[in-house]
Design a protein around this ligand. Structure first.
Ligand code: CIR
Length: 260
């Protein structure tokens, strides 16, 4: 009998205040809200097309970065960990995410002084690579380790430099492969996995979202896309240029979980 896993994707509508988002490595540029909303809608349609059941949360008008739901939680089969985002302005985003996740998983919480952004967590098999970034601190990583080790996960703290999160620098693009910008993270961290380098002129191209065997990938990085395709990886592109002005990528706009 063929058993297919059902996936749920939690997303949140773009805040009309997204223009006031946190920015670390980018200069502020005007964001066209209508366009950002349309791009977000296409991203959601892409997830639905790949079989995800969408669980769409309403916009949080007072929380500019709240479309980037990935940063607020880490969802494993065994439990969901509600994070404590590194940027104080983003901490109120977690309350509604905890509510949305509670029907699906037992919840645990990162506690002060720990900080952790979901964008720093790369989950491959039984290993959780966690970026030591400007957003996630060693206390947050230690708390994660304590929460997940009883379930047989191994936690590896990974220094990242020059970018926002670990998943700005490396993401999984196949069962045995990562897409990586080695300027921002040491490639040796992923020994044992195939490493596909971003095209040098596309440093922001390492953020890809693997869903049901398909990689959702920004249209902005065609030369890196070609590298993925040459490696035999199926890619579906989305235009997320307005969300990218808020320093968001394709992983950050959803929380994807197995329906158990
Ligand atoms: C922030 O700085 O927190 C937001 N403007 C962007 C967050 C993007 N999150 C992600 O890639 N996981």
């Amino acid at each position: 009998m063929l058993v297919t896993t059902k996936l749920v994707a939690i997303t949140r509508a773009v805040s009309p205040q997204i223009g006031q988002c946190e920015l670390t490595h980018l200069q502020r540029q005007a964001i066209d809200i209508k366009r950002a909303q349309a791009q977000h809608g296409q991203y959601e349609a892409c997830l639905a097309g790949l079989g995800c059941q969408l669980h769409r949360l309403p916009a949080e008008p007072d929380l500019p970065d709240s479309v980037f739901v990935e940063d607020t939680a880490v969802v494993l089969d065994e439990l969901a960990i509600i994070t404590r985002p590194g940027a104080a302005s983003r901490r109120p985003e977690t309350e509604s995410i905890a509510r949305a996740l509670s029907p699906f998983r037992r919840l645990a919480f990162i506690q002060p002084p720990g900080t952790l952004d979901g964008g720093d967590l790369l989950h491959i098999g039984r290993v959780l690579y966690i970026g030591l970034s400007g957003r996630s601190n060693p206390v947050g990583i230690d708390q994660m380790r304590e929460l997940v080790e009883p379930f047989g996960y191994q936690v590896e703290g990974v220094p990242v430099a020059g970018c926002l999160h670990l998943k700005s620098a490396a993401t999984q693009v196949a069962e045995d492969a990562v897409l990586i910008n080695r300027e921002w993270v040491d490639g040796c961290v992923f020994r044992g996995l195939k490493r596909i380098d971003v095209y040098p002129e596309e440093p922001l191209g390492a953020n890809a979202l693997l869903v049901s065997g398909m990689v959702i990938y920004p249209a902005a990085w065609p030369r890196t896309r070609r590298r993925l395709e040459e490696a035999g990886i199926a890619v579906q592109t989305v235009d997320v240029s307005e969300l990218a002005k808020a320093e968001g990528g394709v992983t950050c706009c959803s929380l994807i979980l197995k329906e158990l």
